[in-house]
Design a protein around this ligand. Structure first.
Ligand SMILES: [Zn+2]
Length: 384
């Protein structure tokens, strides 16, 4: 039998697992798995997309019918301790707030789920409740794919999913999609007094930066969605590096570009358009140096979310909140919807303004609202 832990207890315990982006989350997953099994739940570890990063699917209730899935990621962004007023991995309680890395984004939601688990397991639920804990969300939503494969192949798809990213317990029905790419150009080095004997990766890279940005401007003009603060696609080249010296023709140049897209614009189409721009640059470079190359690495790629129908209003009623806000940040919800084909909404405790900040915090009152939401959701299952 599992020890009784409050949401705050669980939040302390989860934050103490330093699941900073790029590190291992296995100790956290083992901890949660042991507890879930002691509660009488089934808990299945599902691989992620790199060593050291795994997903966990916890389920309570019957197996022979459709249920609901509640989802949260287990990783957090970095927290340089010298910048914080207290240890980011040791939750501090101040003025009704709990301070620590991941309290808001989004270990608070996960803590609330885990604290409710003994009650859910004891409830004789009419439908299953699944808790999907993912890896590597903060690495461009890269870890959850294998868990979605498992959920998509299951005999019973969920009726709907709730992704608990911070919305102050409001229900978000849409978010933008995103594609982020690293583009690496390799040219041919030469002395700058003989430019014809080399191929400048920096010059070609600069031209390609201009082209990917102009493409972003065309995307922005092609579709409007007034529900978002930025009501169209946007592009950003956020990093560029290349060359060694002003008197050397540069043989390398690398830059990172991201596009944020309204839900109706497809990340796949953007990837293929950028590939063709890169391909044209490569062809131009190879006419002077056959070894030249332009390679693309996908850093992040997830679709937007846009949910209609009855589920948003249903979840809003259970959460005792209003409905139909749009999130300006990306989440796993778009992928859940794309892969499972069932309604997915975002609803979780905390304010996204605190996510990724120094001295990140969550109001204890937000966690109390989330605790109540989960209990009301469990009692609502008989009406679904
Ligand atoms: Zn998050």
């Amino acid at each position: 039998v599992a020890a009784r832990l409050t949401t705050t207890d669980w939040l302390r315990r989860l934050v103490a697992h330093r699941t900073v982006v790029g590190s291992s989350n296995i100790a956290l997953i083992d901890d949660v798995k042991g507890y879930a099994e002691a509660c009488g739940a089934t808990a299945t570890v599902i691989p992620g997309t790199r060593p050291g990063a795994v997903n966990l699917y916890v389920s309570v209730g019957p197996r022979d019918t459709r249920g609901i899935v509640l989802s949260g990621h287990t990783d957090v962004v970095e927290a340089p301790p010298e910048a914080w007023t207290s240890d980011p991995f040791d939750v501090a309680s101040r003025d009704g707030r709990l301070v620590g890395r991941g309290t808001c984004d989004m270990k608070g939601f996960v803590a609330s789920l885990l604290a409710a688990l003994p009650d859910l397991a004891a409830m004789d639920l009419p439908r299953p409740v699944g808790i999907a804990l993912s890896a590597d969300e903060e690495m461009g939503v890269r870890g959850v794919g294998p868990m979605l494969d498992v959920l998509a192949a299951a005999e019973h798809l969920p009726l709907f999913c709730v992704v608990g990213e911070p919305t102050r317990m409001r229900v978000a029905v849409a978010h933008k999609g995103k594609v982020a790419m690293r583009i690496q150009l390799r040219g041919k080095a030469a002395h700058s007094s003989a430019p014809h004997s080399g191929v400048s990766a920096v010059h070609h890279g600069a031209t390609l930066v201009g082209e990917v940005c102009r493409y972003g401007t065309r995307l922005a003009a092609a579709a409007h969605d007034d529900r978002f603060a930025v009501p169209h696609a946007s592009v950003n080249v956020g990093r560029i590096e290349g060359g060694t010296s002003v008197n050397v023709i540069a043989d390398n140049c690398e830059f990172d570009v991201e596009y944020r897209l309204p839900p109706r614009q497809s990340p796949a189409a953007v990837v293929s358009a950028v590939r063709s721009l890169a391909g044209a640059a490569e062809t131009a470079m190879r006419s002077d140096a056959p070894q030249a190359s332009v390679d693309i690495e996908i850093l992040a790629d997830y679709p937007g979310l846009d949910i209609a129908g009855e589920v948003p209003a249903l979840v809003a009623r259970i959460a005792e909140t209003d409905c139909a806000m749009c999130a300006d940040f990306g989440t796993e919800a778009g992928l859940f919807h794309e892969r499972l084909g069932v309604p997915v909404v975002i609803c979780g405790p905390g304010d996204v303004a605190q996510a990724h900040t120094i001295d990140e915090f969550i109001d204890e009152s937000e966690l109390e609202r989330c605790d109540r939401f989960i209990r009301r959701l469990a009692y609502s299952l008989s009406e679904l």
